[in-house]
Every structure is written in structure tokens, then in C-alpha cells.
Design a binder for this molecule. Structure first.
Ligand SMILES: NC(=O)c1ccc[n+]([C@@H]2O[C@H](COP(=O)([O-])OP(=O)(O)OC[C@H]3O[C@@H](n4cnc5c(N)ncnc54)[C@H](O)[C@@H]3O)[C@@H](O)[C@H]2O)c1
Ligand SMILES: [Zn+2]
Ligand SMILES: [Zn+2]
Length: 389
């Protein structure tokens, strides 16, 4: 089959690889009908995520048709149309039973590696390094889904692929970001990053009752899409974000701040960003937490900082003094997608949101390697790429 494979920093290729097979009786094999490139895949492209190996199949936003099921899988049958969450979860362990699917303690076969780095291992993920399980990803013609009687959600025929594909990751992720903010009537939510995740955070904040959303980015078409979603926008290259949020909130700060950027913010945006960049380049640091620092400063006393942008290691110069003295709450996670799926599918069915609004580029797998770069460089108005193998 054809699949997008990682071959090193800046090097994704469309290769021919062996078809996946059922390896466990709970597995299913999916014929992929649509898959997408995520901002998290850019961390792979940029070589920021350790333990990738040449030839690894990437991709974790995938849906398709079931073409084979293992003998013990009674939930799925051949012909079912499903969306596959990016988190792999057993459904039975301590964490899965509590709804913390992305904390599954059984789905990462390389958990010792993660324990060394992070103390404990999270769930395995599709196409996202050997540290997180070494599973083959879903930017491919076929995908093997482990624990396929837990993760995949069946899709009614009335909904198109483009309406439901983002249930695999970015819709639940943006929704979780807003959910973490415990939004109350009258709240102002500030959101850093108007990439696909930020866009879903904006719309979800309104779905959950926010009075006002302030969205921050610098890319004109991303800011425009944020305004379409009802947000007021700020350009971090032209305005002082702290001063503007102070002004807009009468000096109090935002009720909650969402970091939907993570470890790779724009380097030239500020002095601390430049210093972080140098530290990472010279192996003096692992991450570049400029946005997290700013989000903490801009949050009101006893407000919430909700982090969905991904960080990998040990963050430097995070203003914990500000956070503890002012009573901030921190919430963060790789999304326990399965926990949010039924409710979000229902919202799509009811017409409360049509997630296809973020799509700007449609292509085949062969154009994938080029579109990774278009998406990374924000060229050609690119906000979200969907590939149909
Ligand atoms: N927690 C999860 O489960 C989860 C799931 C999916 C994605 N993510 C993470 O979410 C983040 C965003 O993903 P995406 O797909 O939207 O990616 P993206 O790269 O398309 O979007 C990031 C946006 O941040 C903007 N930005 C850069 N510097 C900024 C700054 N200083 N202030 C404000 N905005 C700035 C960029 O212009 C860009 O539009 C990534 O880190 C990704 O890994 C997390
Ligand atoms: Zn993702
Ligand atoms: Zn589990």
C-alpha cells in the first residue's frame, strides 16, 4: 500500500509499504477514505519529537471503512464506516475505566521509555514515535487499529467524511481546551493560536457559553477565520498582547487562557522566543514555552490556563511565581478523544457545528509530502489539509 513515511527532519515521503494485517483478535483493518495532517505532525517534520525511525508511517487523523475484523471483535463488522481516535486505549484499565483514555496504561508497548522521560507513560498514539508505542499511522491506504472494539466510532450515512473526520483529534482537542476553562456566563476566553486546534477552541468556547473570545495569531487568513467564528482578533506581530488584553478586560485579565500553540511558536515574535530558539538549537533546552508564559501573565487571578499545544520536555522560565501567588488553575492533556466522541458527534448531527469549515486543501496521498510543507509554512492560505487515498 501507499503510505506517508518519516525519513528525517523535513523529509516525509510517499512510500510503498507492506499492507497491515490483523495481529490481535480485537484488531480491525480500515481502508482509509480520508486522513488529515495535524499541527502535531509538524513537530515530527521539524524533528522536535524524539524516537522517530526512518520509514515510520505517520498520521493520526483517520477514518475509513472496516475491511477486516479480528475474531474477538464483536463491536465492528466489515463495511462499517468509522472515525479512529488518535489515542489508542484498551477500554479496561484503571484510566480507561475513568474516562482518561489518553492515559491508558496498557496501550504503549514501549512504556519503559516514556517512564524514564516522564515518570509514567501515557497511552500509545498512532504514527507518533516509538516513545509512544511505535504504531504505524493512518496517512496511508490501510490502517491496523488495535483495541478496535473501543476507539472507533461508527458514523451515520447522513454525514460526509469531511464533516466527521476531525472527531479523530482536533475537534475534541479544541473542545477539551474550552471545557477545561469551566466557562461561566460573561466570561472572556483568550486563545493563542488560530491554527486548526485554535479554530475549534474558539467555536467550542462559544458552544460552552463564552461571552467573548479573544483570538491571537498573525496569519491573516487564520485571523479572518477566527473572526468568522465570532472572535475578536489580535496580531502578535503588531500589537502588545498583554497590553491589549489588559485594555479589553479593564485591567483584570482574561477569565481563562488557552495555549493552542505549544512548543513551536513563531521565533521572531519576542525576545524570550529568540532566546528559547538558541537554547534548543544548542541543546541547552527542550521546549520554547513563550506562549505559555504569556498566557499565565494574561490570565486573571484565580483564572484557568488550559494547555493543549504540545510540549515535550523540561520547560524553562515558566512564571510559577505568578501562577501560585494569583491562584491559577492549570489544565492540560493529550485529548482523551473517546470521552468526548459521542457528545460531539451528536452536536454535528444536530447541526450545531460543521467541522469541515477549516479545510482549505484536498489532495491524494502522493501530494502529502509537499502539502506538509505548505501547511508548515502557511503558504497558499493553507489551514487544514485533507487527503483522500
Ligand atoms: N493536546 C492534544 O491532544 C493535541 C491534539 C492536536 C494538536 N495538538 C497541538 O496543538 C497545537 C496546535 O495545533 P494546530 O494543528 O492548530 O497547529 P498549527 O501549527 O497549524 O497552528 C499553530 C498556530 O499558532 C500560531 N502562533 C505561532 N506563534 C504564536 C504566538 N506567539 N502567539 C499566538 N499564536 C502563535 C501560528 O501562526 C499557527 O497559526 C500543536 O502544538 C499541536 O501539537 C495537541
Ligand atoms: Zn493531532
Ligand atoms: Zn486502558
Amino acid at each position: 500500500m501507499k503510505a506517508l513515511c518519516w525519513h528525517g527532519k523535513g523529509d516525509i515521503r510517499c512510500d510503498t509499504v507492506p499492507d497491515p494485517k490483523v495481529e490481535h483478535p480485537r484488531d480491525a483493518i480500515i481502508k482509509v477514505t480520508a486522513c488529515a495532517i495535524c499541527g502535531s505532525d509538524l513537530h515530527l517534520l521539524d524533528g522536535v519529537m524524539p524516537t522517530m525511525e526512518s520509514g515510520d508511517v505517520v498520521g493520526h487523523e483517520t477514518m475509513g471503512e472496516v475491511v477486516e475484523v479480528g475474531a474477538e471483535n464483536t463491536k465492528l463488522k466489515v463495511g462499517d464506516r468509522v472515525v479512529v481516535p488518535f489515542t489508542i486505549s484498551c477500554g479496561e484499565c484503571f484510566f480507561c475505566k475513568r474516562g482518561f483514555f489518553s492515559g491508558c496504561e496498557r496501550s504503549n508497548p514501549n512504556k519503559q521509555m516514556a517512564e524514564k522521560l516522564w515518570g509514567h507513560s501515557p497511552a500509545g498514539l498512532f504514527g507518533y514515535s516509538h516513545l509512544l508505542g511505535g504504531y504505524r499511522g493512518g496517512q496511508a491506504e490501510y490502517l491496523r487499529v488495535p483495541y478496535a472494539d473501543v476507539g472507533p466510532i461508527k458514523i451515520p450515512s447522513s454525514l460526509t467524511d469531511e464533516q466527521v473526520l476531525f472527531l479523530s483529534d482536533i475537534f475534541p482537542t479544541g473542545y477539551m481546551a474550552a471545557d477545561f476553562c469551566n466557562i461561566q456566563k460573561g466570561d472572556t476566553i483568550a486563545i493563542w493560536g488560530c491554527g486548526p486546534v485554535g479554530q475549534f477552541a474558539i467555536r467550542s468556547a462559544f458552544l460552552l457559553g463564552a461571552e467573548r473570545v479573544i483570538a491571537i495569531d498573525t496569519v491573516p487568513e487564520r485571523l479572518a477565520l477566527a473572526r468568522d467564528g465570532g472572535a475578536q482578533t489580535l496580531d502578535f506581530m503588531k500589537e502588545d498582547i498583554y497590553d491589549r488584553i489588559q485594555e479589553l478586560t479593564h485591567g483584570r485579565g482574561a477569565d481563562a487562557c488557552i495555549d493552542a500553540v505549544g512548543t513551536e511558536p513563531e521565533t521572531t515574535a519576542s525576545l524570550d522566543s529568540v532566546v528559547d530558539r538558541i537554547k534548543v538549537a544548542t541543546f541547552m533546552g527542550t521546549d520554547r514555552p513563550h506562549v505559555l508564559r504569556q498566557a499565565i501573565h494574561c490570565c486573571r487571578n484565580f483564572g484557568t490556563v488550559s494547555i493543549v499545544g504540545v510540549y515535550g520536555g523540561l520547560l524553562d522560565k515558566v512564571p510559577m511565581g505568578s501562577a501560585i501567588n494569583r491562584g491559577l488553575t492549570f489544565r492540560m492533556a493529550q485529548t482523551p478523544v473517546q470521552h468526548y466522541l459521542p457528545g460531539l458527534l451528536e452536536r454535528i448531527e444536530k447541526g450545531e457545528i460543521d467541522p469541515s469549515f477549516v479545510i482549505t486543501h484536498r489532495a491524494g496521498l502522493e501530494q502529502g509530502p509537499e502539502l506538509y510543507k505548505t501547511f508548515r509554512d502557511k503558504k497558499d492560505g493553507c489551514i487544514k489539509v485533507v487527503m483522500k487515498p
